[in-house]
Ligand binder design. Structure first.
Ligand SMILES: Nc1ncnc2c1ncn2[C@@H]1O[C@H](COP(=O)(O)OP(=O)(O)OP(=O)(O)O)[C@@H](O)[C@H]1O
Length: 517
């Protein structure tokens, strides 16, 4: 290769650095981190709950069982939060209430960015990824993603935009090379990633995961939690329930919310768990997994300390990180944030503000995670703005722009009269095409149906042969029409009717919730 073509090559591959005339100086530019640039902008959402109590009636008896006992807490955007606790502590119940899956028999309040939660707007802003992946086995990864984009994105997104969005998500979640694999053939970890990918299409700022690591080996567990961490670093509020993670996994969580017997026994960063317990004379032995230790304490293996812990943390009203009392949390709003930032700017230089804000979030230094930060409109933009500009005035303009953008997006989401991003006819058409593809690919069902229709066609043909020409057989004509109608209706409904008692209530609930998202 001559000098000219080398230069061309280096320029094309972004390897050329600055050098004197006639000199070539190669500079290795690190690979660009994976990003989710094509996703629609969504506002960042901080979630808080106050004095949540959940009671259920036990059987026919009039006495109620209290599952959650006045718990409070706060889940911040840009953080990965783990809800932990012994079996039966109320983790799934809390997750179901926070995700809006459970709505009745609840006392207390849930707030979004300090304002009372509007459930239908909240459902549009959140995604709930269940333990068992709800995937259609007869679709390829690419097809599943195409259906998701066609259902979840409004018509203002063109086809090429949707395609590049799918490419972007699949690349970020390392599913690109499996795009033509049937979802039923994916491994457990890949299925989990696809479930996340399908939800990422609408870029929800809040994501709930029920036991995302169940059934995965330790390496896949790590990858899964790393992915959740990456999503959180992109500005989302990521909350998951988890059963006793390994010490390595435990360290990856930003925040821990621990329940014992329906009460909050710890809320704060994972790093502060051991020092917090030691202030209450609960010493976690060296080389012992803190996650296991806090579960043992919550279970009462080291004596009954639940009351002491609940009081220390005020049943979730306090956070170990800030020792903040959340009684006044409702008053918190974006304008207050701007005023606080202004005050801080007057006292400190820009870098210290940014440093303090993210002092716990070590992984933001990771190049991969940094690349993800800007995909949700959030106040995180504020700190990056502060780092990159020295001029205080410019920084404040950026702060206000960012906060205004967040507030505007949130208001738009809440006040938007449209329940679904696409028309009902469009949804019907997408689902019809998907169903035809299922039927075409499910050969057993296709053959069975074809065989049944041919057989019944012959039988009916033989029974009612030539009846139309005989005026005395009016009743037989009627019977023929009636039988035909029944057959056509019931053969298509048989599967649904047979599975109705078991699956229909669950399916209906899921469809209702998914429909509003
Ligand atoms: N509808 C209900 N009726 C009666 N009891 C219920 C009901 N729902 C939940 N419970 C009880 O509430 C408690 C908490 O249940 P939940 O599923 O939230 O626990 P969990 O912490 O998620 O447990 P696990 O880790 O075993 O999944 C359990 O004792 C459960 O039996």
């Amino acid at each position: 290769m001559n000098q000219y073509s080398w230069k061309q090559f280096l320029e094309n591959n972004n390897l050329l650095g600055t050098a004197g005339a006639g000199q070539l100086k190669a500079q290795i530019v690190p690979a660009q981190p994976k990003t989710l640039q094509h996703l629609p902008k969504r506002p960042a959402v901080d979630l808080a709950f106050h004095n949540l109590t959940y009671r259920v009636k036990e059987g026919n008896r009039s006495n109620a069982k209290t599952i959650l006992k006045g718990v409070s807490g706060r889940l911040r955007s840009g953080e990965l939060t783990a809800i932990m606790g012994p079996s039966g502590a109320g983790k799934s119940t809390l997750l179901n209430i926070l995700s809006g899956y459970k709505t009745s028999s609840i006392e207390g309040s849930v707030t979004m960015n300090g304002a009372e939660r509007n459930l239908s707007a909240f459902r549009k802003l959140s995604a709930y990824i269940m333990q068992d992946n709800q995937l259609h086995g007869n679709l390829t990864v690419q097809e599943a993603m195409t259906v998701a984009t066609n259902l979840k994105l409004s018509k203002k997104f063109s086809k090429p935009e949707k395609h590049s969005m799918i490419d972007d998500i699949l690349l970020t979640l390392s599913l690109s090379e499996h795009r033509y694999t049937m979802t039923r053939n994916l491994s457990g970890g890949q299925k989990k990633r696809l479930s996340i990918a399908l939800e990422l299409v609408s870029n929800p700022p809040i994501m709930f995961f029920d036991e995302p690591t169940s059934g995965l080996d330790s390496s896949t567990c790590f990858q899964c939690i790393h992915l959740l961490k990456m999503l959180a670093a992109g500005g989302r509020t990521v909350i998951c329930t988890i059963h006793q993670p390994s010490a390595r996994l435990f360290e990856m969580f930003d925040q821990l919310y621990t329940l014992a017997d329906g009460q909050c026994v710890y809320q704060g960063s994972t790093k502060q768990l051991v020092p917090f317990l030691s202030t209450l004379n609960l010493e976690c032995p060296s080389y012992h997994n803190p996650a296991s230790y806090v579960i043992e304490v919550s279970c009462g293996e080291h004596g009954d300390h639940t009351r002491k812990l609940v009081d220390a943390i005020d049943n979730g009203k306090r956070d170990v990180r800030s020792s903040a009392d959340y009684a006044g949390l409702k008053a918190r709003n974006d304008l207050v944030k701007v005023q606080n930032l202004k005050a801080i700017l007057d006292k400190n230089d820009a870098s210290s503000v940014s440093g303090r804000k993210y002092e716990d979030n070590l992984t933001l230094n990771n190049g991969l995670l940094n690349g993800m930060v800007n995909d949700i409109v959030k106040e995180g933009n504020v700190s990056s703005a502060l780092v990159t500009t020295n001029e205080r005035g410019d920084a404040m303009i950026d702060v206000e722009k960012s906060v205004n953008c967040t507030t505007a997006l949130l208001t738009e989401e809440i006040t938007s009269p449209e329940r679904y991003p696409t028309s009902q006819f469009h949804q019907f058409w997408v689902v019809l095409k998907r169903t035809l593809l299922f039927s075409y690919r499910d050969w057993t069902l296709m053959y069975l149906r074809l065989f049944a229709h041919l057989l019944v066609g012959f039988l009916i043909g033989a029974l009612y042969y030539d009846i139309g020409n005989d005026g005395a057989k009016v009743l037989s004509n009627l019977g023929f029409l009636f039988f035909n109608m029944l057959f056509l209706m019931y053969t298509s409904m048989t599967i649904t009717i047979l599975s109705f008692p078991l699956e229909m209530p669950v399916l209906l609930k899921k469809t209702l919730i998914a429909g509003t998202r």
